[in-house]
Design a protein around this ligand. Structure first.
Ligand SMILES: *[C@@H]1O[C@H](CO)[C@@H](O)[C@H](O)[C@H]1NC(C)=O
Ligand SMILES: *[C@@H]1O[C@H](CO)[C@@H](O)[C@H](O)[C@H]1NC(C)=O
Length: 491
C-alpha cells in the first residue's frame, strides 16, 4: 500500500524546472488577435455538441435523480452495477444529482439543454445556501438543504432568442445578486436578486420567473454578447470580458460596469490595449509590489498571455505587463493563490493538451504556477499535472485548495498551500476528486482530451457542499470527506 502511494506520487509530481515565462510569440500573435484561434476552438466545440445532440446524449431527462453515495475504494456506485452511474472518486461523496430538465430547462430540444457555469449565494441572515445554474435556456435556481439535498426553486429564462451561442453562460455573485452573462447575441447581463428565492413556498416551486424579474439588465455591449463576467465586489463593479466583435473600440477586452446601483448598471470605461480578454480576476492589490499597493488590478487571461492591468482609473486604465510561457496554447483562466497577499497565481491553459505542446504534450492537464511578486516581471516558476488525461478548466482557490473543473475528469481538488515554500509545484498534490463523467473512464489515462463533462463548480459554501455543473447531464452535489496531507517526497 505504501509503495503504491509513492509510485502514484512520483507519477504525479511535475518536473518544475521545465517551466519558463517568455515574451508573447509575435509570429503567432496575429492568429490570436484576429480571433482565428478562438473561432477554431469554438468550431470544435460546436462540432462535438452536434454529434452529442444527434446521438441523444444531450437528452438529459434520461439521467435519474441520485441519492447519497459514499465513495468506497475509489468508486461511488450510485446505481448498483451501472457503469454510467459509477463515479471514480477520492475523498469525496455524492449527495445529490438533478438533471437540467428538472432544474428548469425544458426537455432537450433540437437545440439541446446543456449546462455551463454555476455560482452560489449564501443568505447572510439565515445562512441558507443557494445555487444559480447556467444552462442553455436560462438559469436554474435551487437551494441546498442542510442534509445535502437540492430543492429546485425557480428558473430565469435567457432574455434573448436562443441560438447556438447560448451554450456559454457565465455567472458570478455581487452581494445578494447574480450577474449573468452569455455569448448569446442580445442577452446582455442580467442582475438577479437572489433574495427573491427566500420567500418561495416549496409547494409552489419551481417558479418560472419572467425576464423582467431582474433588478438590472446591462445592455451596453456591442452585440449583447460577453464571454464572461467578472466581479470586484469590494470596489463595486463588474467586468465584461470577451464582448466581441474584436473590431469594437473596446477590442473585446475589459469593459467596466458600475454596480453601485444594481438597478442602473452603467459603463465606466474599457481597456482594449491587449485586445480580447478571455477571463480575468479583478481585485484590490494587496501584495509585496509596493508600487501598486491599494491599486485596483486585473489579472487577464488573454489567449496567448497573462496580462496584468492597473484599472484604478476605469476611464484610463493601463497594462503593467504581458507575459507568455512555454506551452502557451490558449491562456484560459486562473486565480490568485491568496487575494490578501498576492504573491502567486495559478493559470490554466485550455488547449495545450489538445495541441499536445509543452508540459501538456502527454495529454495530462497542466496548471502553470506564477510568481507575481513583481507585477512588471512575472515568473513562471513551475507547474503541476493532473493524474487523469483530459483538459483542465475553471478553477478557484479557497484556503490553500484549488478546485478545478476538469471536463471529463470532473471536479479535482489540489492542495496548493505548499506553493509559497516550493513554487516549482512538485509539492502540490491532488487531495480529492469526483469524476462526474464515467463515459470516458476506460480510455488510456482514464479520460479523453475533449470538451465534455464538468464546466464549473462552486465550493465556497460554509456547509462544505460543492455544486458541480456539467455539460450533458445536470448538477451534482458532492462534499470532501477528508483533507489529506500531500506526501512531500521531494521536499
Ligand atoms: C429523452 O429521454 C426520455 C427518458 O429516457 C425519453 O422518454 C424521451 O423520449 C427522450 N426524448 C427524446 C426527444 O428523445
Ligand atoms: C492616462 O494615463 C496615462 C498614464 O498611465 C497618462 O500619461 C495620460 O495623460 C492619461 N490620460 C488621460 C486622458 O487622463
Amino acid at each position: 500500500m505504501r509503495l503504491k502511494a509513492i509510485v502514484i506520487a512520483v507519477g504525479f509530481c511535475a518536473v518544475g524546472a521545465q517551466a519558463k515565462e517568455k515574451a508573447v510569440d509575435m509570429s503567432r500573435h496575429a492568429e490570436y488577435e484576429s480571433g482565428t484561434v478562438m473561432d477554431r476552438i469554438m468550431a470544435h466545440k460546436f462540432e462535438q455538441w452536434k454529434i452529442k445532440l444527434a446521438s441523444g446524449a444531450l437528452n438529459n431527462t434520461q439521467w435519474p435523480r441520485l441519492s447519497y453515495t459514499k465513495c468506497v475504494n475509489g468508486f461511488a456506485e450510485a446505481v448498483q452495477g451501472d457503469a454510467l452511474h459509477t463515479f471514480r472518486c477520492k475523498n469525496m461523496d455524492l449527495y445529490d444529482f438533478i438533471n437540467h430538465a428538472t432544474i428548469g430547462s425544458p426537455l432537450a430540444t433540437e437545440e439541446g439543454a446543456t449546462g455551463s457555469s454555476i455560482w452560489g449565494w449564501t443568505d447572510p441572515r439565515s445562512g441558507r445556501e443557494f445555487i444559480a445554474v447556467g444552462m442553455y435556456q436560462g438559469t436554474g435556481l435551487a437551494e441546498i438543504l442542510p442534509k445535502g439535498r437540492l430543492l429546485v426553486l425557480g428558473f430565469l429564462p435567457a432574455p434573448a432568442a436562443l441560438g447556438q451561442h447560448a451554450l456559454w453562460k457565465e455567472i458570478r455573485a455581487y452581494k445578494n445578486y447574480m450577474i449573468i452573462g452569455s455569448e448569446l447575441e442580445d442577452h446582455g447581463i442580467q442582475i438577479f436578486d437572489m433574495r427573491k428565492l427566500l420567500t418561495i413556498n416549496p409547494k409552489e416551486a419551481p417558479v418560472t420567473f419572467s425576464i423582467d424579474d431582474v433588478t438590472g439588465h446591462f445592455k451596453d455591449l456591442p452585440l449583447g454578447r460577453t464571454h464572461n463576467v467578472v466581479v470586484n465586489e469590494e470596489l463595486q463593479y463588474a467586468v465584461s470580458v470577451g464582448a466581441v466583435p474584436r473590431e469594437d473600440a473596446c477590442g473585446a477586452g475589459l469593459i467596466f460596469i458600475d454596480l453601485k446601483d444594481p438597478s442602473k448598471p452603467t459603463r465606466l470605461g474599457c481597456n482594449a490595449q491587449d485586445g480580447y480578454v478571455h477571463d480575468a480576476q479583478c481585485i484590490r492589490y494587496r501584495g509585496p509590489d509596493k508600487r501598486y499597493l491599494g491599486h485596483d488590478i486585473c489579472y487577464g487571461y488573454n489567449e496567448d498571455s497573462l496580462t496584468i492591468y492597473d484599472v484604478t482609473n476605469k476611464a484610463n486604465s493601463s497594462i503593467i505587463s504581458r507575459t507568455s510561457y512555454d506551452g502557451a496554447s490558449y491562456t484560459h483562466q486562473g486565480w490568485v493563490l491568496d487575494p490578501l497577499n498576492q504573491e502567486y497565481l495559478l493559470l490554466d491553459d485550455e488547449y495545450d493538451e489538445r495541441d499536445a505542446v509543452g508540459p501538456a504534450k502527454d495529454g495530462y492537464p497542466v496548471t502553470y504556477i506564477w510568481d507575481i511578486r513583481d507585477l512588471q516581471n512575472l515568473k513562471n516558476t513551475g507547474f503541476y499535472k493532473a493524474t487523469n488525461r483530459g483538459i483542465d478548466h475553471n478553477q478557484y482557490v479557497i484556503d490553500g485548495l484549488s478546485y478545478q473543473s476538469s471536463y471529463g475528469a470532473g471536479v479535482r481538488v489540489y492542495d496548493v498551500s505548499s506553493i509559497p515554500a516550493d513554487p516549482t509545484g512538485t509539492s502540490v498534490c491532488e487531495v480529492a476528486y469526483f469524476d462526474i463523467y464515467p463515459e470516458d473512464d476506460a480510455e488510456p489515462g482514464g479520460g479523453t482530451v475533449e470538451f465534455a463533462g464538468s464546466w464549473a463548480s462552486y465550493g465556497y459554501f460554509k456547509s462544505g457542499f460543492i455544486a458541480v455543473n456539467t455539460f450533458e447531464r445536470g448538477v451534482y452535489l458532492v462534499k470532501i470527506t477528508k483533507r489529506e496531507r500531500c506526501q512531500r517526497i521531494y521536499a
